[in-house]
Design a protein. Structure first.
Length: 277
């Protein structure tokens, strides 16, 4: 959702708040008392100057008997904000996919990240943001990973460049935990992960990560991303080219068993380093 359209929905949220409040014969001060905020704060919500906390939206629904309207709309708006505009649609598609194939040349994919790793990546890219902003991003990433806990979870294939398992994101202890998490998912056969070793040298898609998604009742899509932008691709010819690049990458990667040994070895190296620092 683009910023202008998101602001328009917040304005609609405020207009509906005012309408329901007036229909209930409540002043801003009276409603504020009932939901434990000031009347002035209610006024700022109605003008879309300020955005309420979730618990306030829930209390407003309870007081005005609006059957969850304000909570549902709040969640939609806030969920949209947790992801870059170019990535929000990808999150929706992930939840519908029957198979996901990813190649990660520099960073562990979001669906595999642990909270300490996700936190370190977020802070590195946003050194001046608040702790609340960081935790919001981390929480969103953890929620995305819930699709791997479903009984009908998608088949999830990942190729990690060796750089992703050698770079100590968040420090040795955090990196050890991250790699141990991946190894656990591999042993449980929740995911299939292989590693593209440094020794391969040049490889397809050296410009950034790529994702392929397949669906039960829709054509496959592809997604590519660099540091500052991403692109969702659904042209069949382009998706076919992405699939070919992914197949070539997977062909050059180590077998799954050898990849697991390498990941566990790297985890132990980081664990050993954490114990001595």
């Amino acid at each position: 959702m683009a910023n202008d359209s998101r602001q328009a929905v917040w304005e609609y949220w405020g207009t509906e708040l005012r309408r329901h409040r007036e229909n209930a014969a409540l002043t801003q001060e009276m409603l504020g008392d009932k939901v434990f905020v000031s009347g002035g704060y209610i006024g700022q919500f109605e003008q879309a100057i300020r955005r309420p906390q979730l618990e306030v939206a829930i209390r407003i629904d309870q007081v005005l008997q609006t059957e969850g309207f304000f909570e549902r709309t709040w969640r939609k708006l806030i969920d949209d904000q947790r992801y870059a505009d170019y990535f929000a649609k990808v999150v929706q598609l992930e939840a519908q996919a029957t198979a996901i194939c990813e190649f990660a040349p520099t960073v562990i994919p979001g669906l595999l990240q642990t909270p300490p790793y996700a936190r370190a990546v977020t802070v590195a890219a946003n050194p001046f943001v608040s702790d609340d902003h960081v935790e919001e991003k981390v929480s969103a990433r953890m929620e995305r990973a819930d699709i791997l806990k479903r009984e009908d979870r998608p088949e999830y294939w990942v190729v990690l460049h060796e750089s992703t398992i050698r770079t100590p994101v968040g420090g040795p202890a955090a990196m050890a935990e991250q790699l141990e998490h991946i190894a656990k998912l591999m042993r449980e056969r929740t995911v299939v992960v292989t590693v593209l070793p440094h020794s391969v040298g040049a490889y397809p898609s050296m410009g950034g990560m790529l994702t392929l998604m397949e669906f039960a009742d829709a054509p496959p899509t592809a997604y590519t991303e660099t540091s500052f932008a991403g692109m969702l691709l659904d042209d069949p010819a382009v998706v076919k080219r992405v699939r070919r690049a992914y197949d070539l990458i997977r062909l050059a990667a180590l077998p799954s068993a050898a990849s697991l040994v390498l990941i566990e070895s790297a985890a132990e190296d980081f664990r050993r380093c954490a114990r001595t620092t």
